[in-house]
Design a protein around this ligand. Sequence first.
Ligand code: SF4
Ligand code: SF4
Length: 193
Amino acid sequence: MLNTADFYHVWRIDQSSEQLKEEIKEHCHTDIERCLECGKCSGGCSNAHIFDITPRKIIQLIKIGEEAKLLKMDALWSCVACQLCVDRCPSSINIPRIMDYLREKAYKQHIPATRPNVQLFHELMLGHINRFGRVPEALLSVEFNIRSKQYTKDAQMGMKMFFKGKLNPIPARVKDIKKVRRMFRNLPMQREG
Ligand code: SF4
Ligand code: SF4
């Protein structure tokens, strides 16, 4: 029989799992109760070999409300949003969208990324999309190297690409940049605290 402490623990897990599931439903338009636990997502994931928690287990952790664990996991920063898991899922569970949502949560709560400079890369990339409406690879690489103090990182490859005409050093802007900026203004990006 459950004592009071056990009962409170079970009740707390139940409450937080319901809350997280509702958030996922609302923000990611995905009902994780439809997950069949078949594991096709993990089997087809292009990066599962480096994930600390595989996609199927991520869905299980959401079901039991293990939010703290999810916001600290390394998989959050090594998912490349390739959509392979979505293609394979018989229940159309949108795992990359869930990853996006959890990443936003971790960022807003100042939970550091498990990989060095990954948040810096995300911030610079989004900043460039806001400025140009697209990602100017040459400028992004140079800015990233300077800000992360890795001054000569990939320099040789960059030069090769430049001489082959694969890198344009002058960033081009999309025609309707105002539309892109309006989209950014509407994003709830404020961090807590
Ligand atoms: S493929 Fe879809 S249904 Fe199967 S375990 Fe993964 S999320 Fe669940
Ligand atoms: S989107 Fe992310 S979780 Fe899904 S298969 Fe690609 S790397 Fe794996």
